[in-house]
Design a protein around this ligand. Structure first.
Ligand code: ADP
Length: 509
């Protein structure tokens, strides 16, 4: 069937709505920096810029064995981390599922479940342990809690809000360390929670341990967030008399950048974004995160595909057919987008024949038969059939091309916006200067390398994610700085980071 002009127009319109030209990237970065300074100067701001009371980064010589508990992602983990003092560590861990009932039920039940899991982990371990070994009075544990918390010390902080599908009652406003310690005490466990750390801080600490330093820890997984080291004097909301200010030096700030654009004034939101947001558990909140992270991207793609399936007077996609996963909210996981793009084959999206053919001329696809491109699209078609649950005959190569286009459209926007968060942090910490017009200013801090520790399935697995993020960085801080940016996986950041933080807490006491 020949593609009508009307259909082409629908596709082109959607395509336009997702574009972020360089001027937009620059103005969003300015707004992002503005939110950084607002959050550093006052409490109660959406971008919370939380002081973490972590005042130093490890250099790789740290030693010791610690328990770590990690809550905040798709799974909950209990780990035993052994820091070997030579930039390496070993980790033994067990993952536990957190059911939706626990996520949205009574907080006490959730924290009892965490304590039970630690108990189960320790019991399993005790079977291997040498019984003659003297047991310490209590086992120190670092808690990685990846939700917004207003931290008041290394080992205390009030829960500000839930994100990422959590909504447990009687938790907001309470000290999360207290909630956990009470659960340990109810079960008479000899475990003491000595440190509270966000996963971004964990990523920063663990990359610093492995590399000897780190400027930014960032997560691009179920959600997105970042933490960076800055002069404590810039955290003016602490007040001039705060001991941390008098002490001076540096402190890690947990930005909670997922809340950027909660005012809805900075990012161009499409109808697909709005529908997804409206139906989410936290409409209007975590606005930046909803453009970027794994929990949401698949859902945005699903809404694009549905619009094309349901288009009138004629369907544009799948002859108007749908499937159970397409019909279900959250029915398309972001990993499906990865699979679709993988099937096409990784590589540069510059000069990508599918993207160029589909927009602005989908009709040309017909002439690609027998072509290499056609072979690659056939692979995509098979994945679409399998992952979306179609019958083979229901999906054409044209459909496959459209799905692949929708995935890369949404993912590309996410990666460009991720680049904004990284660029803004480099600018905030004076490692870079925003490139605007004919900027010639040089950053204050000269660095050979800006080390960034990252974690999350999106940056780890999504084809071209880092490449596109770097494209955004080049537009914002220039190629010279972008080349110095060393982005590396902070493996087990939440485990090793919690251990490193627990070590710092024990040293302080
Ligand atoms: P978490 O952030 O929960 O600790 P992950 O970093 O694994 O854990 O992120 C999980 C999120 O990443 C989920 O939202 C999932 O949809 C998405 N995801 C899982 N696998 C992939 C993949 N291969 N490519 C892109 N996204 C993925």
């Amino acid at each position: 069937a020949v593609f009508s002009r009307e259909h082409q127009k629908v596709i082109d319109d959607i395509n336009d709505q997702f574009q972020l030209p360089n001027e937009s990237l620059i103005s969003i970065t300015k707004a992002f920096l503005d939110e950084y300074s607002k959050g550093l100067s006052a409490y109660g701001h959406p971008m919370a810029m939380i002081p973490t009371f972590v005042t130093g980064t490890p250099d790789g010589t740290e030693k010791g064995t610690f328990l770590a508990l990690d809550l905040g992602g798709t799974n909950m983990r209990v780990c035993e981390v052994n820091l070997r003092g030579d930039k390496t560590f070993t980790i033994r861990q067990q993952k536990y599922r957190v059911s939706d009932a626990l996520k949205t039920g009574e907080a006490r039940a959730l924290f009892d479940y965490l304590a039970d899991s630690v108990d189960a982990f320790l019991s399993a371990e005790a079977q291997h342990a040498d019984a003659s070994e003297s047991q310490p009075k209590f086992v120190p544990l670092g808690l990685t809690f990846s939700f917004p918390v207003e931290q008041t010390a290394l080992d205390s902080g009030k829960i500000l809000t839930w994100t990422k599908g959590f909504a447990a009652t009687n938790a907001i406003g309470n000290d999360v360390v207290r909630l956990l310690q009470d659960a340990f005490d109810r079960k008479h466990l000899h475990v003491k929670c000595v440190a509270l750390v966000n996963d971004t801080v964990g990523a920063l600490l663990s990359r610093a341990y492995a590399s000897g330093g780190c400027t930014l820890g960032a997560i691009f997984g179920t959600g997105t967030n970042g933490a960076f080291m800055d002069d404590v004097s810039k955290i003016t909301k602490l007040g001039p008399n705060h001991p941390a200010i008098s002490r001076g030096g540096q402190m890690v700030v947990n930005t909670e950048w997922g809340a950027f654009n909660n005012s809805r004034t900075h990012l161009p939101s499409t109808p697909f974004d709005k529908t997804m947001d409206r139906q989410s558990i936290n409409p209007g909140f975590q606005a930046f995160e909803k453009f970027i992270s794994g929990m949401y991207l698949g859902e945005i793609v699903r809404h694009i595909l549905l619009a094309l399936i349901d288009s009138a007077p004629q369907p544009i996609l799948f002859n108007g057919a749908s499937t159970t996963s397409l019909n279900l909210q959250w029915g398309i996981d972001t990993s499906v987008m990865s699979d679709v793009e993988d099937a096409w084959g990784a590589g540069s999206t510059d000069g990508d024949p599918v993207l160029e053919t589909i927009v602005p001329n989908l009709e040309k696809l017909e002439s690609l038969k027998g072509d290499k491109v056609h072979e690659k699209l056939e692979k995509v078609r098979k994945i679409v059939v399998e992952k979306l649950g179609f019958k083979d005959e229901q999906v054409s190569v044209k459909d496959a091309a459209i799905v692949r286009w929708a995935c890369s459209l949404v993912a590309r926007r996410a990666a460009l916006l991720s680049g904004i968060a990284v660029a803004a942090t480099l600018i905030q910490t004076e490692h870079a200067v925003l490139q605007e017009g004919s900027t010639t200013a040089k950053p204050k801090k000269h660095t050979d390398r800006a080390i960034i520790g990252v974690d999350g399935s999106l940056i780890e697995f999504y084809p071209n994610y880092e490449r596109t993020l770097r494209e955004s960085l080049r537009a914002l801080v220039g190629e010279e700085i972008e080349k110095k940016v060393d982005i590396g996986l902070a493996k087990d950041g939440s485990g090793a980071g919690a251990a490193l933080c627990a070590l710092q807490a024990i040293k302080n006491t």
